[in-house]
Design a protein around this ligand. Structure first.
Ligand SMILES: Nc1ncnc2c1ncn2[C@@H]1O[C@H](COP(=O)(O)OP(=O)(O)OP(=O)(O)O)[C@@H](O)[C@H]1O
Length: 116
C-alpha cells in the first residue's frame, strides 16, 4: 500500500471539505448543526439521541457536499441551458431538502417532548 498516496487523498478530501464550507448553503447547515449541538448540551440527551443527532447532521452535510459536487460537474459539462442540467441540479438539491426535512422531524421528535 502506498502510504503517501493514501495520505495525499486525505489532504484532497480535506481540501474538498474546506471548499464546501465556502458555500452559503453549507454555512447554513453548519450553523444549524452548531445550534442543535448547543441545544442538545443544554437540554441533556441520551447516548442514543446523540447518535441520531450526529447521524442526521453528517447526513445533511454530506448530502449538501454531494449536491455541490453535482452542481460543479453539471456546470463543467455544459454552459448551455438544458433540461437535463436543470433536472440534475434540481434533483440533487431536492435530495438535500429531503434530508433536511427528515432532520427537522427528528429534531422535533427528540427535543419537543423534553421541552414541553
Ligand atoms: N445549465 C442549466 N440548464 C438549465 N437550468 C439550470 C442550469 N443551471 C442551473 N439551472 C437552474 O438554476 C437553478 C440554480 O442553479 P445554480 O447553478 O445557480 O445553483 P444554486 O442552487 O443556486 O447553487 P449555488 O448558488 O451554490 O451554485 C438550478 O437548480 C436549476 O433549476
Amino acid at each position: 500500500m502506498d502510504i503517501r498516496k493514501f495520505f495525499r487523498s486525505f489532504i484532497y478530501a480535506f481540501q474538498g471539505i474546506v471548499a464546501a464550507t465556502k458555500e452559503q448553503n453549507m454555512r447554513f447547515h453548519l450553523a444549524s448543526a452548531c445550534i442543535v449541538t448547543i441545544a442538545g448540551l443544554l437540554t441533556g440527551l441520551t447516548t442514543l439521541e446523540w447518535l441520531v443527532i450526529v447521524l442526521v447532521i453528517v447526513l445533511v452535510i454530506g448530502a449538501e457536499m454531494i449536491n455541490s459536487a453535482i452542481e460543479r460537474v453539471v456546470d463543467l459539462a455544459t454552459a448551455e441551458i438544458h433540461p437535463l442540467a436543470k433536472a440534475a441540479k434540481d434533483i440533487a438539491a431536492g435530495a438535500v431538502l429531503v434530508f433536511a426535512i427528515g432532520s427537522v422531524i427528528i429534531g422535533v421528535l427528540i427535543f419537543f417532548p423534553k421541552w414541553f
